[in-house]
Design a protein around this ligand. Sequence first.
Ligand code: APR
Ligand code: ZN
Ligand code: ZN
Length: 360
Amino acid sequence: MPQTVKGVISRSKGADVEVVDVVVPDPGPGEAVVTIKTCGVCHTDLHYREGGINDDYPFLLGHEAAGYVEAVGEGVTDVAPGDFVILNWRAVCGQCRACAKGKPWYCFNTHNATQRMTLTDGTELTPALGIGAFIEKTLVAAGQCTKVPEADAAAVGLLGCGVMAGFGAAVNTGGVTRGDSVAVIGCGGVGNAAIAGAKVAGATTIIAVDVNDAKLEQAKHFGATHTVNSTQGDAVEAIRGLTGGNGADVVVEAVGRPETYEQAFYARDLAGTVVLVGVPTPDQQVTLPMIDIFGRGGSLKSSWYGDCLPSRDFPMLVDLYKQGRFDLAAFVTERIGLGDIEAAFDKMHAGEVLRSVVEL
Ligand code: APR
Ligand code: ZN
Ligand code: ZN
């Protein structure tokens, strides 16, 4: 039987989000209905609402979620009713060229659930990032559900997006290893997760760079050994100074602006790795001398979803959290209701929160 539940939609470009009734159908073949416990508020939700992604309004927002599988459709064997799961953006195909190369985070042949959730008048909703989780129950592909050990949903649900992206940028894309020096530019949710990843991977020098002293203070909690406020001087010089004049082995850029891309490029050691996880807007440009691109060696990589494998990485990170080695709960600045999302967007803009998390 289709169920009618409360969910948060963005009805038209730029309009405030609304809590409305949403009709959730039974799961079809390969699908699951998940009872959402928590869902973090991410920049991408705001981009959908502001019209930065596409025009398929109305959107069902929310995508950093944890909950319990309520029901599964035909042929689903990986998850079962009652399982505690974290949702991921994409059920990968396992067969395309990216999947065959063992890089499923580049899979575009994804098998997400068909868009069958509607308003009560039948209007079809587009789920944000193929999830749509600011809602009491959602319909996803079973491949978007990763079973993990039971833990505080608000904390571990953040692995569904920003925290995984940051952790994976350092550990999976950057390949940080013991003894490395790591610089992280931008210490929001993504950057702090990169810092935590660098710590878990054994980096000995972890330099946090931000324009906000409060953010730098928080970064120490996640593992930063040094902090640099880039409004107080040249960040690249400061990073070199802290790394014996060399630059960092791995630099993670977690802002997405031209000046920080440029800082990241020059802050690496010769043959170091620059990892770009901050997402720029389409109009932004950087200009770099070719001699520097060639002459500095190493690599410049972008990181998509932290190059993660949800079935490998989500349970591992929940274990690290439960062992006290990765403080996922510290990313949760506030716990809010479905009706508080506009206010959470404002706090995000003002830089007052790492994450606001909706509890259902
Ligand atoms: N130099 C250094 N830090 C900066 C600068 C700058 N010029 N401008 C902003 N920052 C800092 C902010 O003070 C803040 O601490 O960058 C941080 C950004 O954090 P959030 O706004 O919380 O964003 P977050 O969710 O961490 O995402 C960061 O990664 O995945 C992408 O789309 C995401 O582009 C975004 C980036
Ligand atoms: Zn694929
Ligand atoms: Zn997100």
